[in-house]
Design a protein around this ligand. Structure first.
Ligand code: DX5
Ligand code: ZN
Length: 214
């Protein structure tokens, strides 16, 4: 069974505590926090203080997706704010071993993220060091974009690679996920779907969760 990570990027930022509760009650298993620095991507979102304020509002694990130029500077503040998993981009840190180890030493899970133009082979040397791979199916920066189908091949390659090497990292996809693209991703071997717009703009969020899983 795949898991749903609710992305609050397109939720009501005036009522984040309530929005998170709704997503949790609807059946999301993870909360996906999109952190943007206005430099690595052309948008700005949340800092560690906001993440810390959200922590008491839910029991869901926090996965923190760092879309920032210097994840080395920001991983510790987000761990201290209550993150359970830190995801950073291979495009921002092409030699990620040191930071991967540092984050693990901080006592949380760690994952690498791949932008649509970046080939999947750039991640292959690091698969035994990580808990999760996040395959971007949109160019990062904004919610509500259209799914880029090239992500499906990357998911299949990663799934084949983990079987071949007996690894246990989870595969997650982020951007443009709806019932149709969810079915394609599940077929390709995905474990976790990041869903923003489709959940938070739905009339009935419980029904939206169900339709992503069936
Ligand atoms: C995009 C973010 C995603 C995105 C997902 O930069 O990383 O998490 O907000 O939202 P939807 O589901 O709207 O594509
Ligand atoms: Zn994200």
């Amino acid at each position: 069974m795949v898991k749903i990570a609710a992305s609050i990027l397109n939720a009501d930022f005036g009522n984040l505590g309530r929005e998170i509760k709704l997503a949790e009650e609807a059946g999301a298993q993870l909360l996906h926090l999109d952190i943007m620095d206005g430099h690595f991507v052309p948008n700005l979102t949340l800092g560690p203080q906001v993440v810390k304020s959200l922590r008491p509002h839910t029991r869901l694990p926090f996965e923190t997706h760092l879309m920032v130029t210097d994840p080395e500077k920001f991983s510790t503040p987000f761990i201290n704010a209550g993150s359970n998993l830190i995801l950073f981009h291979i495009e921002a840190v092409p030699r990620p071993e040191k930071l991967l180890k540092e984050i693990k030493t901080g006592g949380v899970r760690v994952g690498l993220v791949l932008n649509p133009p970046t080939p999947v082979k750039t991640l292959l040397p690091y698969l035994d060091l990580i808990d999760q791979v996040l395959v971007m199916s949109v160019n990062p920066g904004f919610g509500g974009q259209k799914f880029i189908p090239g992500a499906l091949d990357k998911i299949s390659v990663l799934d084949a690679e983990r079987r071949k090497r007996g690894l246990r990292f989870e595969i997650e996809v982020d951007g443009g996920v709806n019932p149709k693209t969810s079915a394609l991703c599940r077929k390709a071997g995905v474990d976790i779907l990041v869903v923003g717009t489709y959940l938070f703009q739905a009339k009935n969020i419980k029904e939206a969760v169900r339709s992503l899983l069936s």
